[in-house]
Design a protein around this ligand. Structure first.
Ligand code: NAD
Length: 251
């Protein structure tokens, strides 16, 4: 049994962090999980540790690779566009290259992935009579709240929310739901990297925690229940929303 039994879920950036934890959570709920990432060795490790999870190396910035994967994949019930990066800095710190890379990886990848997989998902919804779900990774740092040194990042994540709402509006009558997931600060490898590369790493970690009303960072397992909910039919009346899981930062 399981809350995602019979569903096929594809996740980008699933080799570590929230994407990986989501792959495990969806598999534990009975889904067929296709975990994709650009990092092949980390994916192999995931496959070795969890026999049920299928892994595919995929660079979400590579349009041809995205289209080729969509051609050979089964019709999806759930597409979780999780890939994204943080470019640190204010507007004056942000180079044009950082801005462009942030928009390509954080936003255009979702356009690319969704354009490639959506026709199959809509056909699947039509023939199954059920609903299919797109989950896009946004953040509390977006149109929801501004944070210092998150210029390009906040702009991309606001764009993710806009993209998600347009998808929800266009395809609601065809059985597609689209929602944006907006986590607070989550303890993941890339967060550890941001802390380690700060001028004073001890203080940087304290500062991240200080802005958390609950007094701690999120773990990936604080976030995955929302992923499972949005992937499952339990969220069948939820679409076009930006769902915050932030430990109270935006109270
Ligand atoms: P992470 O940043 O530690 O890992 C990111 C993964 O993305 C890595 O496995 C990496 O190999 C993969 N990746 C990088 N470039 C890729 C590409 N071109 N194609 C495919 N995969 C690629 O993981 P995380 O911190 O859980 O972040 C995942 C998502 O969650 C991101 O979109 C991030 O913006 C978002 N998010 C994170 C936090 C946080 O505090 N960690 C908070 C809110 C939102």
């Amino acid at each position: 049994e399981g809350r995602l039994k019979g569903k096929t879920v594809l996740i980008t950036a699933a080799a570590q962090g929230i994407g990986r934890a989501s792959a495990l959570a969806c598999a534990a709920e009975g889904a067929r999980v296709i975990a994709t990432d650009i990092n092949a060795p980390l994916l192999q490790q995931l496959a070795a540790e969890h026999a049920g999870i299928e892994v595919v190396t995929l660079d979400v910035r590579d349009d041809a690779a995205v289209q080729a994967l969509a051609q050979r994949s089964p019709a999806l019930d759930v597409l979780f566009n999780c890939a994204g990066m943080v470019a640190n800095g204010s507007l004056l710190d942000c180079s044009e290259a950082d801005w462009d890379l942030s928009f390509d990886l954080n936003v255009k990848s979702m356009f690319r992935m969704t354009r490639a997989f959506l026709p199959g998902m809509l056909e699947h919804a039509r023939t199954q009579g059920g609903s299919v779900s797109v989950i896009n990774m946004a953040s509390m740092a977006s149109s929801i709240k501004g944070f210092a040194n998150r210029c390009a990042y906040g702009a991309t994540k606001a764009a993710v929310i806009g993209l998600t709402k347009s998808l929800a509006a266009d395809y609601v009558k065809q059985g597609l739901r689209a929602n944006a997931l907006c986590p607070g600060t989550v303890d993941t490898p890339s967060l550890r990297g941001r802390i380690a590369s700060a001028a004073d790493p001890v203080q940087a970690e304290k500062d991240f925690i200080a802005r958390q009303p609950m007094g701690r960072l999120a773990t990936v397992d604080d976030i995955t229940p929302m992923v499972v909910f949005l992937a499952s039919d339990e969220s069948r009346f939820v679409t076009g929303q930006a769902l915050l899981v932030d430990g109270g930062v935006t109270i």
